[in-house]
Design a protein around this ligand. Structure first.
Ligand SMILES: [Ca+2]
Ligand SMILES: [Ca+2]
Length: 206
């Protein structure tokens, strides 16, 4: 009888340990994944600087909590006119993945002339959050644009002139004397530190 009890206890204990281990893996474990890369007809995304190997996905490898991964790609303007580069994300699955994953990007140049290429750094950070995510996906969307909001003065370069433009309009809203719509880079109806942050994030794209 005692022996049977011991076996049952041992079994329950083992099961508990396994369950805890499983939970830890789901909560904190490293996450391997790749994301789809969608580009519009004007821009081509390549793995190499010479633009011979087109790519449609990004392999981030295994991402540990509190780790940042960086992937470099080359974006070529395959159209006939100069264009700006604009990168966003879409289709996060599960949608709450954005609470622990932060995506950002930076390009060598803000504007890409026809047939020219720019080096782009894509960054993904996995925070040590408690969100239960064992697997997920999202798309990186590479688009050509007529302009980008952080090039506030629209001269094709993101530099100190844009910082000054946004700085001069700090605290303004439509109707106030210092208001300049170009300085509202995040389009929230007022010029604040957030607009300045957006410019500094893309600083020296020229
Ligand atoms: Ca500018
Ligand atoms: Ca704003």
């Amino acid at each position: 009888m005692d022996k049977r009890k011991t076996v049952i206890y041992a079994f329950v204990l083992l099961l508990s340990v396994l369950l805890v281990l499983l939970q830890v893996t789901i909560l904190r474990g490293p996450i391997p994944y790749a994301t789809a890369l969608l580009a519009d007809g004007v821009l081509g995304v390549y793995k190499d600087k010479a633009c011979t190997q087109k790519t449609t996905s990004i392999s981030w490898g295994v991402l540990e909590p509190n780790q940042t991964k960086t992937v470099t790609v080359y974006v070529k303007n395959e159209g006939a006119t100069p264009t700006y580069l604009y990168i966003t994300t879409s289709s996060w699955n599960p949608t709450n993945a954005t609470t622990i994953l932060k995506f950002s990007w930076k390009s060598d140049t803000a504007r890409i002339d026809a047939s020219e290429t720019t080096k782009v750094t894509l960054t993904l950070y996995l925070s040590p959050g408690k969100t239960k995510i064992s697997n997920f996906s999202f798309n990186v969307v590479v688009e050509s644009a007529q302009s980008v909001p952080w090039d506030a003065n629209q001269d094709g370069r993101v530099n100190i002139l844009d910082v000054i433009l946004v700085q001069n309009a700090q605290g303004s809203t439509p109707g106030t004397p210092d208001w300049d719509a170009r300085a509202d880079t995040n389009s929230d109806g007022r010029v604040s530190i957030l607009d300045l942050i957006l410019v500094t994030q893309h600083l020296e794209e020229e």
